[in-house]
Design a protein around this ligand. Structure first.
Ligand code: NAD
Length: 524
């Protein structure tokens, strides 16, 4: 073990104490045993309760019993809890930054991204949820005679399934809008990062959340995940496209709605008029934040051939300068991969590309000297199908570079994927970049940024097209998907049918005249 690893191990022992684990798992149902591990060392971090089939059902019963009382509270009161959470999260961020790093192996700066985006989501939904959920009046079928209100009703109990890569963002960030909409949530985080999710839950409880409205169940994904889908009134899933497809099928079979935030194979386009220094800097962040284990991170660089050499010189110099390691502090750029399985996929993709003729421009090797799952930030070129790096999501610190000659070719290459999550366009000409953005088939496009501008703009929706998912988080949609619209129409004075001695013929003539008049008056 290196000194840095030993220090990480000691920090893990200091941070994840028995009393912390006991406090975080209070109220978590599970008579079985499971565990989470620290990627910096590969050692066990904590033993955790694993839920049986009956215990998952009991968690839903508990949530279902608590939900009506929670939904009956004024929306403003629910939102107030989110705003308190915002303040407490920022004040106590050190606690959760340590947990995120110890559970995921990412660098502290990447961990802080989670604090930032959850704080932004808490503020946004805390401020806007009461207004977004307020009943809306509409013009009725016959103005004045028909009065209509559209209300938003919570689904009931939302089943939430989340992965390990952004354990604070994908637990608290997604639970908050579901709760603010009046639902209870039964949440299955990935066991390997459950402590972070449980920490966020405990903080929300400190802020006033009734414990039963956010219940956590832990266990193997293929066992506990389907049970969550089986009981939920709505399912929100973040994870791989493969699992997302089965989740959607199970939910559809029950006629239960679902939103799916899935994988990506995101492209970054460097146009010939880009500021190459800024583009190189931004590309490094976009490719290697969280060691590339970020759904919106960039795995394909498409560079205008006329500036490719100049761009690559700048990009590679910055990649070579990246600091890698297991430090539990700022100052390191790239942390560890999260597990042996992640490292295996990365190694397979790099070796497959190398064997089929790709050239390694930087990195290309695991770094067991730093920790069991470290891998160098890796840049490949001369890539072409059927190399796995061309079509499959690597979800690691690996990016491939291709050159293009025309704008049309750049768009064709960028869209040549079944995924459609994120893209990035670098150009000094905002109109040109927007024109290209409109031709890209993906849910978010960042101009002169890799991913954070769109992801961090929580007032606007974020999500994927194609194999990258269904539905959106963030924005009004990110809250309203957790509700069912209900239309309540009250008819006054006259029925919507012949009455007061009008026969069918005179009634339909009157209605036809009224419809023409309503259009002439500009009514919608
Ligand atoms: P995964 O699909 O293996 O697991 C995700 C979650 O599903 C985990 O909690 C897992 O335990 C659970 N699960 C596993 N099998 C299940 C089943 N049969 N039924 C129900 N649940 C099951 O994904 P992962 O490897 O943990 O996460 C990485 C993936 O997540 C990547 O593809 C990444 O792009 C994607 N992701 C997408 C977004 C987004 O917003 N689009 C965000 C983060 C991660």
């Amino acid at each position: 073990m290196t000194t840095a690893q030993s220090e990480a191990g000691a920090a893990a022992a200091r941070t994840v104490t028995d009393s912390l684990v006991a406090s975080l798992t209070r109220g978590v149902v599970g008579s079985g045993k499971t565990a989470c591990h620290c990627p910096f060392t590969g050692e066990r971090l904590a033993e955790l309760p694993e839920a049986t089939e009956d215990e998952v059902a009991a968690a839903f019963d508990l949530a279902r019993a608590a939900q009506p009382g929670w939904a009956a509270r004024p929306a403003r009161e629910r939102a107030g809890i989110a705003l308190r959470f915002h303040d407490l999260l920022l004040r106590r961020q050190t606690e959760v930054l340590d947990l995120i790093q110890l559970e995921t192996g990412k660098s502290r700066l990447s961990a802080h991204e989670e604090v930032q985006s959850v704080a932004m989501a808490a503020r946004y939904y805390g401020r806007t949820a009461p207004g977004l959920l307020r009943p809306r009046r509409h013009l009725g079928a016959i103005p004045l005679l028909t009065q209509v209100r559209e209300a938003r009703r919570p689904h009931g109990v939302v089943g939430q399934i989340s992965p390990w890569n952004y354990p604070l963002e994908l637990s608290a960030g997604d639970v908050l809008p579901a709760l603010l909409a009046g639902n209870a949530v039964v949440h299955k985080p990935d066991t390997e990062t459950a402590l972070t999710a449980l920490w966020a839950r405990r903080l929300l409880i400190e802020c006033g959340l009734p414990a039963e409205v956010w219940t956590v169940v832990l266990g193997a994904g293929p066992v506990v995940g389907p049970l969550v889908v089986e009981h939920a009134d709505y399912v929100t899933f973040t994870g791989s496209t493969r699992t997302g497809r089965t989740v959607a099928q199970r939910a559809a079979a029950r006629l239960v709605g679902s939103s799916l935030e899935l994988g990506g194979k995101n492209a970054l386009l460097v146009l010939r008029d880009a500021d190459l220094d800024r583009a190189a800097e931004g590309a490094v962040r976009a490719c290697f934040s969280s060691a590339g284990q970020l759904c919106v991170s960039i795995e394909r660089l498409l560079v205008d051939a006329s500036v490719a050499d100049a761009f690559l010189a700048r990009f590679l110099a910055r990649v070579e300068a990246l600091r890698i390691g297991p430090e539990l502090d700022y100052g390191v750029d790239v942390g560890s991969l999260s597990s042996a399985a992640q490292l295996a996929t990365v190694v397979q993709h790099v070796e497959d590309a190398r064997a089929r003729g790709a050239t390694v421009l930087a990195g290309g090797r695991p770094r067991p000297d730093l920790g069991p799952y470290f891998h160098e930030p890796t840049v490949l070129t001369d890539v072409a199908p059927p190399m796995r790096v061309c079509a499959e999501e690597t979800f690691g610190p690996v990016v491939s570079v291709r050159r293009f000659a025309t704008e049309d070719e750049a768009v064709t290459l960028a869209n040549d994927t079944r995924f459609g999550l994120n893209a990035s366009v670098w150009s000094r000409d905002a109109r040109r970049a927007r024109r290209i953005a409109a031709r890209l088939r993906c849910g978010t496009v960042n101009i002169n940024e890799g991913y954070a501008a769109a992801y961090g703009s929580v007032r606007a929706p974020m999500g994927g097209m194609g194999d990258s998912g269904l539905g959106r988080r963030h924005g009004a949609e990110g809250l309203l998907k957790f509700t069912e619209p209900q239309t309540v129409a009250r008819q006054r004075l006259l029925p919507l049918a012949p009455s007061h001695g009008l026969d069918d013929r005179r009634y339909t003539a009157l209605i036809s005249r009224s419809l023409r008049a309503m259009k002439s008056l500009g009514l919608r």
